[in-house]
Ligand binder design. Structure first.
Ligand SMILES: [Zn+2]
Ligand SMILES: [Zn+2]
Length: 272
């Protein structure tokens, strides 16, 4: 498959899932939006365009290229062990998901990384577009970590492609502002991070922000004791965002891109 066709396919899948989730949000909204789409979507979608173009220009082969290289040269644990593809696929997928979880925790705990990641949290509402709103520098650091994991573990290329497509879809899904029956949310939470579970992570209350770091599999938060079922103020009463950057004007693309470089005091975290 040519890189152009691969990119077109991935964008096509992402756009289709996004359209379905956006329709679901319109049909059955979970919370009333405080700022709304018109003010937020141009910036949030602008960031996606910047990120897609930047990654293609700077790292055209990206993660799949690293996986193909590792497979060709026999680099990484799973290639040395010569496991069957099914096992290598499963272990590779789990390793990537755990790495993304651990990286998310690091982006909260290390001040310089928090500056980049807080742009994701500064969104005053959350919906499917928030799931793609990450600072380009966070995207590049994340890609470098992912390539490191792929080379060390020897994740098969097919697992990398599957993981990236799934993570993109689940990230949009778990930010969706759509209602689903309580029983369905509880059942889905056993295997995937649901919108109600991830919304807790977007609470303005610091100890709630410091929970539910998963984007895809919910198990790491259970294992490491960072799982929180609901926000204390309830899903309708909770405030979304961080104490800094509460002006809706901050939703503009240029403001989003410059947020990490503002003065120190604007980034100070309240105590947890
Ligand atoms: Zn976060
Ligand atoms: Zn989020």
């Amino acid at each position: 498959m040519t890189p152009g066709l691969e990119l077109a396919l991935r964008l096509g899948i992402a756009a289709t899932i996004f359209a379905l989730l956006a329709l679901w949000e319109l049909a059955a909204p979970r919370r009333k939006l405080s700022v709304g789409r018109l003010k937020r979507w141009p910036g949030n979608i602008g960031i996606v365009v910047v990120n897609v173009v930047l990654v293609r220009l700077l790292v055209p082969t990206a993660a799949v290229g690293a996986a193909l290289y590792a497979a060709g040269e026999g680099i990484g644990l799973l290639h040395w062990l010569q496991l069957r593809l099914t096992f290598a696929f499963l272990i590779g997928f789990l390793a990537l998901d755990f790495a993304i979880w651990a990286q998310h925790v690091a982006f909260h705990k290390i001040p310089i990384l928090w500056r980049l990641h807080s742009m994701h949290h500064a969104d005053l509402d959350i919906d499917a577009t928030t799931g793609l709103r990450f600072h380009p520098f966070e995207i590049l650091i994340s890609l470098a970590i992912k390539i490191g994991v792929i080379l060390a573990v020897g994740v098969p290329p097919v697992a990398v492609i599957f993981f990236e497509v799934v993570l993109n879809a689940t990230s949009m899904f778990n930010h969706t502002n759509a209602r689903m029956p309580y029983w369905l949310d509880r059942a889905l939470r056993l295997i995937v991070v649901t919108p109600d579970m991830h919304r807790v992570h977007h609470s303005i209350v610091r100890r709630e922000t410091d929970s539910n770091f998963g984007f895809n599999l919910p198990w790491w938060d259970w294992l490491f004791g960072t799982y929180r079922r609901d926000p204390e103020a309830g899903h309708d009463g909770m405030t979304i965002g961080i104490p800094q950057f509460r002006d809706p004007g901050e939703s503009r693309l240029d403001r989003l891109l410059t947020q990490p470089f503002r003065k120190d005091r604007e980034h100070r975290q309240p105590p947890s």
